[in-house]
Design a protein around this ligand. Structure first.
Ligand code: MLT
Ligand code: ZN
Length: 485
């Protein structure tokens, strides 16, 4: 790599000419809304905001940027949890928004496929699939802003991974632009294609460091005509896991979400988010939100779920449980889970982590990690919530109750994060289960990653992006020579 540069006025003029007024702006009022990450931790600047209308325009941008050695930061809904779409602070990079490419090109119900452009918002994809009697089975709290391109580039997970997997399992084909401006015409309806290296899987989860995803063929599944949503109160995560295994026995593949919510997280939601109600009479130390679905002609899932939960209560595994009696109640239970991040954000700064260990090890891990972090940093409050069924929790650490959270975060935040990441690495887990590396996990990722993994990743990066223009400083560190001159 040869060092990145600031865009010259000449380059900006060429880009403005090609992209037109809807596709190019340097107006700070329009650019600056997109240069801070969702968590308000990383503040960047951009030389211009580019909003191409199609893959050919993206190709033009990348060709020009490669020739000029100018960094490109692709961005979808800007809901990254790791500042993966935030440009550097020196203002040398170009923000490449895919939001204008927001067409669902086609839905093919017989093939169970949706072909969507990168800027399609997840909630819109859900609605379009539903109109066709199908379902795109990946959902997450940011569904109103997260885009298809961002979900693919981060290999997003969410709350149905248990049954349907992450984006890697749901993308059949990609249209993408490589850094030299060549277009990968990989949209396909094929379920099988065994021709060597899988460029699609390389681009999924690459965090925009190898090219720009412009459209995708996505797997659909039959619409779930019936769903049962339950909220369960219990004493310990071990019991939650035992209930999950029983439910699998009792309902086959019906259970698609199994989300763990500690009392502290529920308290935050009830305190900070309007119109929320406690789902159970008693405050249980732990809660689980369960969703089971069934097709139209299958037996209703609430019968099997209700029966299994009643038995779990009888056997002392669960303390209490409620089954949503209507869609409104089901939505209300989901709102308690989906608002945890927002409530935590309102409450104050926290050191946030996204860790995974083998599923069966998770309850023990949570107990050990909590005891260790609270002993090492007296007064802090660990709060782990999320995707227990995937062995993935967001193990967040909040400031001591009497501390100024911003001052605490500035002083201790990175030491806490380092401690948690070391802890999870020592237990054989990962420091990023679903949020990616971006900027905020980069240092610890590099410090803890296996040398062979890093060597292979650097070789792939060098082969596809020799000028190092794609999302510089995310996922892989900037070499000193690559800081913009
Ligand atoms: C979630 O599971 O709610 C998301 O991954 C968001 C988060 O970790 O804050
Ligand atoms: Zn999550």
């Amino acid at each position: 790599m040869t060092g990145l540069r600031f865009p010259t006025p000449d380059l900006l003029t060429r880009l403005a000419d090609r992209l037109g007024p809807r596709g190019f702006t340097t107006d700070p009022d329009l650019v600056d809304t997109w240069t801070t990450d969702w968590r308000d931790r990383v503040h960047g600047r951009a030389a211009a905001l580019l909003s191409p209308a199609n893959a050919e325009e993206v190709a033009f941008v990348l060709r020009e940027a490669s020739a000029a050695h100018v960094g490109i930061v692709p961005q979808g809904g800007n809901s990254s949890m790791v500042a993966g779409a935030t440009p550097s602070a020196d203002g040398s990079q170009l923000l490449l928004s895919l939001r204008r490419m927001n067409r669902i090109r086609r839905i093919a119900p017989q093939d169970n496929i949706a072909e969507a452009e990168a800027g399609v918002i997840l909630a819109d994809l859900h609605a379009a699939a539903e109109d066709a009697g199908r379902r795109f089975p990946l959902s997450l709290a940011a569904k109103g802003s997260a885009t298809v391109g961002g979900l693919i580039s981060t290999n997003a997970g969410g709350t149905q991974v248990l049954r349907f997997g992450t984006m890697r399992a749901l993308v059949l084909g990609l249209e993408a632009v490589l850094p030299d401006g060549s277009i990968v015409e990989g949209l396909t309806a094929l379920r099988k294609d065994n021709r060597g290296y899988d460029l699609r899987q390389l681009l999924i989860g690459a965090e925009g460091t190898l090219g720009v995803v412009t459209a995708a063929s996505l797997k659909l599944v039959p619409a779930a005509a019936q769903r049962a949503v339950a909220w369960v109160g219990l004493e310990a995560p071990e019991q939650a896991l035992a209930i999950l295994r029983r439910l699998e026995q009792a309902t086959g593949e019906a259970v698609e979400s199994f989300e763990l919510v500690p009392a502290d997280a529920l308290d935050l939601v009830l305190r900070h988010i309007p119109d929320m109600r406690a789902p159970l009479e008693r405050r249980w130390p732990w809660n689980v939100l369960i969703e089971a679905t069934a097709l139209a002609d299958a037996p209703p899932p609430d019968e099997a779920l209700g029966l299994a939960l009643a038995t779990a209560i009888e056997d002392g595994l669960a303390g209490d449980a409620t089954l949503a009696a209507s869609e409104t109640q089901a939505e209300a239970l989901w709102a308690l889970r989906e608002n945890i991040s927002e409530a935590e954000r309102i409450d104050g700064m926290a050191a946030k982590h996204d860790v995974a260990v083998p599923v069966a090890a998770m309850p023990g891990f949570m107990g050990r990690a909590r005891a260790a972090v609270e002993a090492r940093f007296p007064g802090v409050r660990a709060l782990a919530f999320g995707h227990l069924g995937d062995g993935n929790v967001h193990f967040n650490v909040r400031a001591p109750a009497d501390a100024d959270d911003r001052a605490w975060f500035k002083a201790d935040g990175s030491a806490v994060t380092r401690f948690v990441h070391d802890f999870v690495a020592a237990e054989g887990g990962t420091l990023s289960a679903e949020h990616g590396i971006g900027q905020t996990k980069l240092a610890d990722f590099i410090r803890l990653a296996e040398p062979t993994r890093l060597h292979a990743m650097r070789a792939i990066k060098q082969a596809l992006d020799p000028a190092g223009i794609m999302n510089p400083g995310k996922l892989l560190p900037l070499a000193e020579a690559d800081a913009a001159q």
